[in-house]
Write a protein of this length. Structure first.
Length: 276
């Protein structure tokens, strides 16, 4: 799931990519050393950096600036399609299993109006799957087993299918949170250059990719300049952006193997409607 800390980390990486487009081993676009991090700076460390002509850029969540932006009912979204490793091929009234019988899959045979299924367990093989399904069919139909092949001699229709469990992400809620990206600089020139580069890059990116596979909507909110002289010369500009992102949980769900089968009376032909 995407947490507020994940959004902060993504924003910090984006800023780092702007200031150090060739990586931190190469010079920054400002020509000076820059520290880019989440959180609020320590005063003593910041003063030392400013005195040494180093720039700090921080990413910090705005307090009391988070609202529930949930607008839709909960939905399950597939993370990635899981492809079965066990295979089944049907020729006439014979079904042959192959491939690898890994857990997290369901194998099934539909012989006319009789469906049998088996959830793959650790240690199963294609031949074992065929034997188990054949034993289920034998309770009502004459069935022949040969290795990994199951034959139902009297079947008018034989369908074999293997499905894999799928991972889904459920959006539990959405929230709109403001984040303050602050440029702490030792002189006006570095402040202006840093803030302009970061602002342009963020403004050009309407969405940010989050670790859970979702995206957050990035919008500009405001900007402000703060110049003050205390223990060290400080030139500061704040950029405030909002991110509308979701809180999710990921779960694994079984796939449907045979959804619906309808058959016409004997002699009138076969009508089938299968969902998977």
């Amino acid at each position: 799931m995407a947490d507020q800390s994940d959004v902060e980390a993504v924003l910090a990486r984006l800023v780092s990519g702007v200031i150090y487009p060739q990586g931190t081993s190469a010079p920054s676009i400002l020509g000076v050393d820059c520290r880019i991090y989440r959180g609020w700076p320590n005063s003593a460390a910041l003063n030392a950096d400013l005195a040494g002509k180093r720039v700090n850029i921080t990413v910090f969540p705005e307090p009391r600036q988070q609202v529930n932006s949930t607008r839709w009912s909960s939905e399950f979204m597939p993370v990635a399609l899981a492809v079965p490793t066990l295979t089944v091929s049907v020729s006439g009234n014979a079904a042959t299993f192959g491939g690898s019988a890994d857990p997290g899959q369901v194998a099934g045979l539909l012989a006319d109006d009789m469906a049998v299924v088996h959830r793959i367990e650790s240690g199963d093989t294609p031949s074992m799957v065929a034997a188990i399904l054949a034993s289920y069919l034998r309770t009502q139909r004459a069935t022949v087993l040969s290795g990994a092949t199951v034959t139902v001699p009297s079947a008018r229709l034989l369908i074999g299918r293997v499905v894999a469990d799928q991972r889904f992400t459920e959006e539990l809620r959405r929230q709109l949170q403001r984040f303050r990206i602050t440029c702490w600089c030792p002189d006006p020139a570095s402040r202006d250059a840093a803030a302009a580069a970061v602002d342009a890059a963020l403004a050009a990116q309407p969405f940010i990719a989050l670790p859970d596979g979702t995206q957050g909507r990035l919008r500009f909110v405001s900007s402000a300049v703060f110049d003050q002289s205390q223990d060290a010369q400080l030139y500061r500009r704040d950029l405030v952006y909002s991110v509308d992102y979701s809180t999710t949980q990921t779960t694994t769900l079984p796939s449907m193997i045979f959804g619906d089968a309808r058959f016409a009376p004997a002699g009138a032909g076969i009508e089938q409607s299968l969902l998977s």
